[in-house]
Ligand binder design. Structure first.
Ligand SMILES: Nc1nc2c(ncn2[C@@H]2O[C@H](COP(=O)(O)OP(=O)(O)OP(=O)(O)O)[C@@H](O)[C@H]2O)c(=O)[nH]1
Ligand SMILES: [Zn+2]
Length: 345
């Protein structure tokens, strides 16, 4: 079965990135799913299984973020014995990376080359403010446009009112309530996959990501967990990331249900996720204002007049602290690596 890659977002700039690797036995493809040592990819010729070449493995030895991931555009090569290898990962336009629990690790790549990244949060029993803020910071950092999806909207009496409330946590981010049972339906998300674009879903286990993928695809392509308990909590089911091409063009990318996500060096993502506070801070009298008891502090003034919620400021401080620790760790790692090179060298 032949597949037109432009329906998945292949364009001129990808074609020109590919050109220097082109040869008669090479072909471009997009990674649908990455497993240890091989990937399932979709190319002009259809779905193939490609093993990772030595150079890809070597490139990943220093940093696992270089391993191919769902959503990556890659160069494949077909060998005379019909084996297919994945030779090159083309430069990523966007990348969703979280910090792993392992403190020496740089990060884990969850998705690549998405145009929009939807933070999916169930509307019931109650959207978790802190989780939304954290995931939005991660989403902003990816370089893709964030979107906040309140899932299972059929379980709330007035989903659009909740959406308006939650919008305060998400400056500059569209908020949409959707349900796979009744209205408003998943068609509200359709515009994010039109024109060959890719929508990635990020959220906790049981948020309803796989159900959304299935509803958008119009078929059961992802396993969905059975309803287990009434409190809305679910079991972990999606163990891998998966890019699902849609019949009308575009694709949706499911990520594994994550329990905790650590922020990496998301200083920029954090500033965008908390654009309301960043904007206030720009008006403080002192450039290095700590928004404590300093005179002329615009953040303190907003707290005093009620336009900034204390909870929101506390949440920002907590995430900033986390990012600062992470930045210090990274610097220490880099210094240690440089010292190691000097001693050897
Ligand atoms: N009422 C209602 N239930 C939903 C809706 N969407 C999903 N659910 C239910 O929520 C549960 C979890 O859905 P999943 O799609 O498996 O969640 P997930 O985010 O993919 O979870 P992981 O795969 O663990 O990351 C399932 O029991 C779904 O039937 C919805 O729109 N309305
Ligand atoms: Zn201040």
């Amino acid at each position: 079965m032949s597949h037109d890659l432009s329906r998945l977002g292949w364009d001129d700039s990808l074609a020109s990135a590919y050109r220097r690797f082109d040869r008669p036995d090479a072909a471009p493809a997009r990674v649908l799913r990455a497993d240890r040592g091989f990937c399932t990819v979709l190319g002009d010729a259809g779905v193939l299984r490609a093993s990772l070449s030595g150079s890809v493995l070597l490139g990943a030895a220093g940093d696992p973020v270089n391993l191919p991931c769902a959503g990556d555009w890659v160069v494949t090569r077909r060998w005379p014995d019909r084996r297919v290898t994945l030779e090159v990962v083309l430069p990523r336009r966007t990348a969703l990376i979280r910090r792993t629990s392992d403190k020496d690790s740089t990060g884990q790549l969850l998705a690549a080359n998405m145009d929009t990244i939807a933070v999916v949060e169930p509307i019931h029993p109650e959207p978790d403010d802190a989780r939304i803020e954290r995931l939005l910071a991660l989403a902003w950092e990816s370089g893709a446009k964030p979107l906040l999806v309140l899932s299972k909207s059929d379980t709330a009496a007035d989903p659009d009112a909740i959406a308006r409330q939650v919008a305060e946590l998400a400056p500059g981010v569209p908020v949409v309530a959707v349900s796979v049972r009744g209205t408003p339906g998943v068609e509200r998300l359709r515009s994010y996959v039109e024109g060959g674009r890719t929508l990635a879903l990020l959220g906790r286990s049981g948020a309803g990501k796989s159900t959304l993928v299935n509803a958008l695809a119009g078929a059961a392509v992802m396993p969905v967990q059975a309803i287990r308990d009434a409190d809305g909590k679910g079991r972990h089911t999606t163990a891998y990331r998966n890019l699902v091409p849609l019949a009308g063009g575009g694709a949706v990318l499911d990520t594994p249900g994550i329990r905790g996500v650590g922020l990496l060096d998301t200083a920029e993502g954090l500033d965008r996720a908390f654009a309301d506070i960043a904007e206030l801070a720009a008006h403080c009298r002192f450039g290095d204002c700590h928004h404590g008891a300093e005179p002329g502090c615009a953040v303190a003034a907003a707290l005093a007049n009620g336009s900034l919620a204390p909870r929101r400021l506390a949440s920002w401080r907590k995430l900033r602290h986390e990012v600062e620790i992470e930045t210090a760790r990274r610097r220490a790692r880099q210094a240690a690596a440089a010292g190691h090179r000097r001693r050897r060298g």
